[in-house]
Design a protein around this ligand. Structure first.
Ligand code: ADP
Ligand code: MG
Length: 454
């Protein structure tokens, strides 16, 4: 018998490899598995808006991922809370699994096989992070502890963590290595707390599982923000592992001091090696594309690769998306992917299909629409209140939604060459104001909803 969570964790593993980080984090990972009804997996979306987004954009990929691991499940249904009592779904089922099935998604570390050091292209922007990652993969727990990798979305943090995992598993098959996303850790913790009334051992089991590890990798720890009791739990797990010389590896989209977590946890996150990953330069971007082509058996000339690398500068996952698009388009129309006309056609509506990638422009536009102000005023010099408040809210939303993928300096530049301290001031001001002023809080919420429900 398989529990619904075991089933869903397996599907998530597939989905993570097949969707953009943003789509995965924002939409797919926020769904809750309800159960199985006949050949159908039922998933709960928190809001109707989320349901619509998933139905329109991710249902097919979810179906594919589900079917790949569980051949008898051929459909996926997304429901909202008001439909919960209308569906009947089994929490435990006896169904066949394919070779892709991972028996215990919690106990056994699973690493994406393509995310290796060999496949990781090293340039100035990531050479330090790469060197640190290689060192801990060879010699865990001794020299660098904890390792804290940080950088913008799609720059290779998860890739490096899996590369460490793949190498460790090969070199030290006896070691207990665990990779968890921060979200998984939070959910597991909440579940253990909730389950205490049924099973008095549930908290103990949760704790033991983490205490017996030799290596703990936690991805995207910025999501610990505002999760006070999970932070407390993490603090103790960290201490126990650290004192026993066990290796801890963390990743985040911002440096420890900028994560909204309690001070003592920040200090601990920062007490080993902090390695930043920056956006790669043009040469490195082209080399990455070349590597991806080699791995996938595509033959593309340098002209096309340069064109992609020049178009997309700050997110490698997005760059790969463009590459795949050119290949699939040329196959579809039976053209040559090295023919620049074909490439241009393939990319013509790229902007539409990548619309789930949120950019500064999207946030600025949503803010302007909401407050009915002109873009040039919003990013310009005007100082009247009607403009200043929307401008600050917009800056806050950019920092909050895009995180470290956009440095404060570039936000300042975007807003008419303002200093990065001005950006920080706006961000912090609104961040405080949300807590005390309901109007600001609801304005921010409304604009955010608009951005995500484009
Ligand atoms: P992050 O976790 O930082 O958001 P990922 O590790 O998910 O980013 O990387 C996004 C994609 O870009 C992955 O497909 C990864 O293989 C690829 N990638 C990132 N950096 C490199 C690199 N230096 N060499 C090769 N591929 C890379
Ligand atoms: Mg990642």
């Amino acid at each position: 018998m398989l529990k619904i969570n075991q089933i869903w964790n397996n599907i998530l593993l597939e989905a993570e490899a097949k969707t953009t980080t943003l789509a995965y984090d924002l939409y797919i990972n926020s769904l809750q598995p309800v159960g199985i009804h006949r050949d159908r997996l039922i998933l709960l979306a928190e809001t109707r808006a989320l349901k619509n987004i998933v139905d329109n954009n991710y249902r097919e990929v979810l179906k594919r991922c589900t079917n790949m691991v569980f051949p008898s499940l051929v459909d996926v249904e997304i429901i909202t809370e008001d439909e919960l009592d209308k569906v009947s779904a089994e929490q435990e089922v006896d169904i066949p699994v394919s070779a892709n099935y991972v028996n215990d998604t919690e106990e056994k570390a699973t690493f994406v096989s393509a995310y290796t050091f060999e496949n990781f292209v090293v340039g100035k922007s990531n050479e330090y992070a790469d060197a640190v990652a290689r060192a801990v993969a060879e010699n865990p727990g001794t020299k660098y502890n904890p390792v804290f990798l940080w950088g913008g979305v799609g720059l290779g943090k998860t890739h490096l963590m899996h590369a460490i995992g793949n190498t460790l598993q090969r070199n030290f098959p006896e070691k207990k290595i665990m990779y968890v996303t921060c979200d998984q850790f939070i959910n597991e913790f909440i579940e253990s707390v909730r389950d205490t009334s049924n099973n008095s051992n549930s908290m103990k089991n949760f704790r033991d599982k983490y205490r017996k590890l030799d290596v703990l990798m936690m991805d995207d720890v910025q999501f610990l923000a505002n999760k006070d009791s999970t932070q407390e739990e993490m603090f103790h797990a960290f201490n126990d592992l650290y004192l026993a010389d066990k290796q801890i590896i963390l990743s985040s989209d911002r440096p420890p001091k900028e994560i909204k977590i309690e001070e003592r946890l920040k200090t601990r996150f920062a007490m080993g090696i902090i390695a930043e990953i920056n956006p790669p330069d043009l040469e490195t971007r082209i080399a990455i594309l070349q590597k991806k082509c080699n791995n996938k058996g595509y033959v593309l000339n340098i002209k096309v690769l340069s064109m992609i690398a020049e178009k997309i500068t700050s997110n490698i996952r997005e760059m790969e998306g463009m590459l795949n698009r050119i290949i699939s388009y040329s196959t579809l129309v039976g053209g040559d992917p090295n023919d620049l006309n074909i490439v241009n056609d393939a990319l013509k509506d790229y902007a539409d299909s990548s619309s789930d990638i949120i950019t500064i422009d999207h946030i600025v536009k949503a803010t302007c629409d909401y407050f009915r102000v002109k873009r040039e005023d919003l990013i310009g010099k005007k100082k009247n209140k009607e403009i200043v408040v929307p401008r600050q809210i917009c800056i806050y939303l950019i920092c909050d939604i895009l995180g470290q993928s956009v440095p404060l300096v570039s936000i300042g530049e975007y807003f008419g060459g303002r200093d990065h301290t001005t950006v920080m001031h706006a961000r912090d001001k609104i961040s405080e104001e949300i807590k005390t002023n309901d109007i600001t809080a609801s304005q921010v919420k409304d604009i955010r909803d608009k951005i995500y429900n484009r």
